[in-house]
Design a binder for this molecule. Sequence first.
Ligand SMILES: Cc1cc2nc3c(=O)[nH]c(=O)nc-3n(C[C@H](O)[C@H](O)[C@H](O)COP(=O)(O)OP(=O)(O)OC[C@H]3O[C@@H](n4cnc5c(N)ncnc54)[C@H](O)[C@@H]3O)c2cc1C
Length: 324
Amino acid sequence: MTTTAVNPVLLLTAVVRRVERLSPSFVRICFGGVDFEHLGPEGPTLDQRVKVLIPSTGHGVPRLDPDGWYAAWLALPEHERGHVRTYTARAVEGEGDDRQLVVDFVLHGPDGHGGAPAGPAGSWAEEATVGDEIGLLAPRRGHERSFGGIEFAPADARRLVLVADETAVPALASIAEALPADADGIAVVEVPDATDFLDVRFPPGFEVHWLARGDRERGSQTLATLRSCLRLDTEGRAPNELPSLGRSADLDDDVWETAMYSSSGDDVTVSLQEAALLGPDDTYAWVAGDSDTVKACRRLLVGEGGMPRHQVAFMGYWKQGRAS
Ligand SMILES: Cc1cc2nc3c(=O)[nH]c(=O)nc-3n(C[C@H](O)[C@H](O)[C@H](O)COP(=O)(O)OP(=O)(O)OC[C@H]3O[C@@H](n4cnc5c(N)ncnc54)[C@H](O)[C@@H]3O)c2cc1C
C-alpha cells in the first residue's frame, strides 16, 4: 500500500465575506472560499501566523502550487506577482462551506495613525469590500504542527508577561481568550489611540494595561509600564544606563527569538536539564510588535530582569521605515 504525503500548506484564494471596522486603526476581514473546510488550525489559533498574497493592481491572485510556491512566486514578473505579507489568524471558525478565517488588519497609512505611507496590505484592507480576493497560505487542518507558525509556548509557567503593539493585538487577543480562567500575569498593550482599546477577554486574575500612544514615542509607554509592573529599580541610575528604544545594535532588526530559534544566531536550544529547571513558579514572556520596542523589551526582561532566554519569545512583527 502506498500513502501520499499530504502537504501541510494550504494555498487558497480567499474571498472577502465580511468587513467590519473595529476602531479607527483596526479593520476585521472575514474570508471564505473553495477548500476552506480544510483550513487549520484545529485548536486555538493563539498567535498562528499566515501569509497573505495581495495581488498587483489589475491582476488576479497568482495560481501557484503549494509545493515550491515561493520560488514560483519570485519567478513571476515583478509587476504581476503582488506582495506577500504575514498576518495572524485572529480566528478560524465554522465548518464546511461556512468555515472562515478572521484577520484583523491595522490601518497604518497616513489616514490611520502610522504616519508612514500605507503599504500594499494596509491599503488593500482599507479599501476591501465583500467579494474581493487575495491569496492565502495557511495550515491544513490536522497538519498544523508541520506548518508551524505558533510561537506561544508557555509550558508550565505560572505567570505570564504578554506585551503587544497594535499589529500583535490579534495574536494577543487569541492567546488571552485561550488561557485558563486561573491564569495569572500582566499584559501591556500599546495602540495608537484610546479609541483602539478593543474588547479582549482576559482571565480575571490578569493585570491588563491598555496604553494609548498618541504623540508619544512608539514603545516608550510600553517600556515604562513594563518596568513599573516588574518593579525594576531605576533609582540612582543615569538614563543612559537604562535600556531604551533602539539605543544599541545588539540584536538584528529582524529580532525573532523563541525557545526554538534566534535570528541573531545565538544558541537558544534548551537542554533537557535546563528545561527541567522550569519550576512551577516560573514566568514566561511573549513579546511582539515593532522591532525597536521588542529589542528594548528584551534588554529589559533578559538583560536587566534576568529572565532565562528559554522562557521568552521576542518577535519583531515589523520594522519602522521598512516594507516587510
Ligand atoms: C507573525 C506576524 C504576525 C502579524 N500579524 C499581524 C496582524 O494580525 N495584523 C496586522 O495588522 N499586522 C500584522 N503583522 C504586521 C504586518 O505584517 C506588517 O505591519 C506589514 O508591514 C504590513 O504590510 P503593509 O504592506 O501594509 O506595509 P509594508 O509595505 O510592509 O510597509 C510600508 C511602510 O509602512 C510601515 N509599517 C508597516 N506596518 C506598520 C504599522 N503597523 N504601523 C506603522 N507603520 C507600519 C513600514 O515600516 C514601511 O515604512 C504581523 C507580522 C508578523 C511577522
